[in-house]
Design a protein. Sequence first.
Length: 144
Amino acid sequence: MRTRATTRGHDITATFVRWLGLRGLLNRGYVLTSGLYFVVIAHLSASQLVWLGTGMSLALLFADIPAGVLADSISRKWTLVIGQLLLATAMVLTGLVTTFSLLVLSQVVWGLGWAFLNGADVAWLNDELNDPHRIARVLTASAR
């Protein structure tokens, strides 16, 4: 018998922990690599690096609530997919360009991607498990 905590025969807790681990590894790798790329390849100044972070942060700030509404009203799973696609687009765009304006655009796309991911994965886990004690164990395991 299939329970709500399984998806196509897979335990949702294991999927969630693997998801966060892989996402963390790839995102940390991108942040390190892109930081080096901005300085060594694109030759950005310190003020330009600040503008990149500002563009990303503003995109995240202004898209966070609409993305959350979309996740709550349409689908948390599709919000996660959209977020990952936006992050992938930002990664590819970053690697293809060296002009400052396009790098700002790539970081704005990165911020939009994070807005879609922000909290949607935990909300999805909560919907699937619907057991506060089990959710707490999974979140603790995923934090490790």
